[in-house]
Design a protein around this ligand. Structure first.
Ligand code: FES
Length: 126
């Protein structure tokens, strides 16, 4: 079975389920159409990206929820060592330098929950 996540707001977790300065992976949907994302927390802020390196399209982590560089300053692709800025996903070092992770809209919902907001694809029936 395959199922892409639909448009709308998708609750992911509580903020305190992501360690400050760390990333956490999520899978929405099922099968080949599933959406794999990483959410990185910096204090009260969260940043979300598709969990796919722009170099070859592989997932960024090798070990569950280990997305960060050793110094914690960047998101790390473990395959060839590309480093991405937390705040905008821009690749600052590695084979895909100058490229960027694909952002997804994640936000706090006013309580302690982190939610993913997926827009309806352009041209899709309303
Ligand atoms: S696959 Fe990410 S740096 Fe090569």
């Amino acid at each position: 079975m395959t199922k892409a996540p639909g448009p709308g707001r998708h609750a992911l977790c509580r903020l305190d389920e992501i360690e400050d300065g760390e990333g956490k992976g999520f899978t929405l949907g099922e099968g080949p159409d599933a959406l794999e994302i990483v959410v990185v927390r910096e204090g009260e802020r969260v940043y979300g990206y598709v969990n796919s390196c722009p170099h070859t399209g592989t997932p960024l982590e090798w070990v569950e929820n280990q997305f960060m560089s050793e110094d914690g300053g960047y998101i790390l692709c473990h395959t060839h060592g590309a480093l991405f800025r937390i705040e905008d996903g821009h690749c600052v070092a590695g084979p895909c330098a100058g490229d960027a992770l694909r952002p997804v809209a994640v936000e706090r919902d006013g309580t302690d929950r982190v939610v993913l907001v997926l827009e309806r694809p352009r041209g899709a029936p309303g």
